[in-house]
Design a binder for this molecule. Structure first.
Ligand code: GTP
Ligand code: MG
Length: 259
C-alpha cells in the first residue's frame, strides 16, 4: 500500500524529455525504450516504484550546485553565496509512465576543506551530476577530477553521468558558444550528457531534472527486467537498444580522464 501523498501534477513524466545536445547525450531516442514502455503499461516494473534513486551533485565551490537544486525543488534563487558544509539533500517525487519514482538529490560541498566529509556520501549513486560555471574555464577543467573522485566510490558501468554548465545568464551568446565546444568535448570524453542552465532565470533547469528522472527511471526498469529475465531459466532478456543509444549500450570504459 502506498501511504504517501499523490505526486504533484507538475512532476508527472508522460513522455521522454529530450536531450539538450545530440552530440553529447546518453541516448538520442525520441521515446522511452519500448521494453520500458510496455513493462510500465503491463505493471511489470517490479520494485522500481518503491525505490529511491540517489543522485549526487559535485563540482567546484561556488559554481551553483545549491542554487540549481533550490531552483528546481523550491523555485527559489539566492544571490548571496553560502557555502555548503559537507552535504545536504532534497527529495523529489515523480511519476514516470504511471510509476512512482523518487530522486534523492545530494548537494555536496565544493570547498576543499569540506570535501572529505562530502565524499563519504558519494557511494551508491545512480547518477552523478558534475557542475561547472560556463564563465570559468578552470571549473570545466576540474570536472575530470570531480568525476574521478566520484567514480572511486561507484561502479562506473552502473552510473549515469551528466555534465552541467551553470550561470548561462552571465555569458553572451558568443562567449557561450565558444565555451560549449570545449564542454561538449569533455562530456563526450566522460560519456556524460551535457546541459547548460541558469538557476537565476530558471532556463533549462526543469527540463534537465526531468531528463535525469526519466533516464534514471529507464535504466532502473531495464535493470529490473534483466534481473527478472535472468531468474527465468533459459529465458534471456536482451536490453541492448538501437544504434541511437550513444553511451548506454556499451559498458562504460573507465573514462580517459580517470586513468
Ligand atoms: N548569475 C547567476 N548566479 C548564480 C547562478 N547560480 C548560482 N549563482 C550564484 O553563485 C554563487 C554560488 O552559488 P551556490 O549554489 O551556493 O554554489 P555551490 O556550488 O553550491 O557552492 P559550494 O556549496 O561552496 O560548493 C551564489 O552567489 C549564487 O547566487 C546562476 O545561474 N546565475
Ligand atoms: Mg552549495
Amino acid at each position: 500500500m502506498n501511504v504517501l501523498a499523490p505526486v504533484r501534477r507538475d512532476r508527472v513524466v508522460a513522455d521522454l524529455p529530450q536531450c539538450f545536445r545530440k552530440e553529447a547525450a546518453l541516448h538520442a531516442r525520441p521515446a522511452f525504450h519500448p521494453k520500458v514502455a510496455s513493462a510500465c503499461q503491463e505493471q511489470r516494473t517490479g520494485t522500481v516504484g518503491f525505490k529511491i534513486s540517489k543522485i549526487i551533485v559535485v563540482g567546484d565551490l561556488s559554481v551553483g550546485k545549491t542554487c540549481l537544486i533550490n531552483r528546481f525543488c523550491k523555485d527559489t534563487f539566492d544571490k548571496n553565496y553560502k557555502a555548503t558544509i559537507g552535504v545536504d539533500f532534497e527529495m523529489e517525487r515523480f511519476e514516470v509512465l504511471g510509476v512512482p519514482f523518487s530522486l534523492q538529490l545530494w548537494d555536496t560541498a565544493g570547498q576543499e576543506r569540506f570535501k572529505c566529509i562530502a565524499s563519504t556520501y558519494y557511494r551508491g549513486a545512480q547518477a552523478i551530476v558534475i557542475v561547472f560555471d560556463v564563465n570559468d574555464v578552470a571549473s570545466l577543467d576540474h570536472t575530470r577530477q570531480w568525476l574521478a573522485d566520484a567514480l572511486k566510490e561507484n561502479d562506473p558501468s552502473n552510473v549515469i553521468l551528466f555534465l552541467v554548465g551553470s550561470k548561462k545568464d552571465l555569458s553572451t551568446p558568443a562567449q557561450y558558444s565558444l565555451m560549449e565546444k570545449d564542454a561538449l568535448k569533455v562530456a563526450q570524453e566522460m560519456q556524460a550528457e551535457y546541459w547548460a542552465v541558469s538557476s537565476l532565470t530558471g532556463e533549462n533547469v526543469r527540463d534537465f531534472f526531468f531528463r535525469v528522472a526519466a533516464l534514471t527511471f529507464e535504466s532502473s526498469v531495464l535493470a529490473e527486467l534483466e534481473r527478472s529475465g535472468a531468474r527465468k531459466i533459459g529465458d534471456t532478456v536482451r536490453i541492448s537498444g538501437p544504434e541511437s543509444d550513444l553511451y548506454l549500450t556499451a559498458p562504460r570504459k573507465k573514462p580517459k580522464c580517470c586513468q
